[in-house]
Design a protein around this ligand. Sequence first.
Ligand code: 7TS
Length: 407
Amino acid sequence: MIEPLVDVEKDFPIFRREVHGHSLVYLDSAATSQKPAVVLESMDRFYRQYNANVLRSVHTLAEEATQAYAAARDQVAAFIGANHPEEVIFTRGTTEGLNMVARGFGDLFVQPGDNIVLSPMEHHSNLIPWQQLAKRRGAVLNYVELEPDGSLSVDALNKAIGPKTRIVALSRVSNVLGSINPVAEAAELVHRYGGVMVVDGAQSVPHEPTRVSELGADFLAFSGHKMCGPTGIGVLWGRAQWLEMMEPVIYGGEMISYVDRETATWAELPHKFEGGTPNIAGAIGLASAIEYLTTIGLSRIQQHTLTLGERAYDALARVPGVSVYGPKHPHAGVVAFNVDRIHPHDLAQVFDAHGVAVRAGHHCAQPLMQWLGVGSTARASFYLYNGERDIERLVEAILEAKRFFQR
Ligand code: 7TS
């Protein structure tokens, strides 16, 4: 029996509560993870003891806050293997980071007739910004064809990426299929043609050791809230060379160097991209989440969620009437499924009555639903606080739902 990686009730206060009289089985970490007490405490400490705005005033509180904000950036840089902390831009999350790249970089880099390569499994956040960019610039979207099991092969990448490709934008891990995409191979191909590799790390950075150079990424976006951090904070990392030429998309305070009545010049990296008062508490919370995850070890977390994902895949596939999506192996800790003749929303409701939290819907991946030929799915997703007992509770809940709806 695989146990959770941590002392769940001690580290995560939320697991002390019950849902409809049952202990909570939280299988919705792909939507957002739960938060350890150390993260909540770090943010509480900021607001109680040194709350001030950053990068402007010289009083003690402001200096402490500015220092903590800068230290958070250093921690993120070390966590993803960035060469310089200046390459780390704090955003609201993955969505904002990808939109910034499409606008601030894509508008300059993509010419009419160029192509942008995507996969049909992309989250809408890594799809619509590129659709809109293609419309603005007269570029063409090229889709990498998926294999029958939903995996993405290097052969297919070879077919989709060519001399006109300026941008390849792929998720490292699908939020539906649990597939793990060969991003480094895609990067190598696009670099041959002088294009750039944009990686959506929303589902991978929380679950595997990340080194931007090993990914071959030019840009990497991810969200704090899926990796034990708070909502409203995320990261866009970019290679300095590209960030230098990229235009800011948010204009205002603290992002300028000089302003007169008619014109303005931009501040140095990373401040050029962080107009306005940033999410200071969020950055502090994210740094504390990184410390927490690092102490446990990203390799251990990766092994744990992979094992749970594959065991859940097998356990669900054995239940009569259940279809499971995505490749069997390797399969990350995200498992989408359907049960014959039961709508995923009805399933999720029965599960909830048993204390089991999953997501049902299109998972912000409608083109993928079209590829799968379904309107929606249920989805269980796993993290370090889950164990094999949670898979058993999920299977019991499916059997309950089948009994309930067959009545
Ligand atoms: N990319 C992927 C692969 C994602 O899974 C998500 C969020 C995003 C981008 C957007 O992240 P955000 O933090 O900016 O919202 N995915 C999900 C999900 O699967 N269920 O809820 C949110």
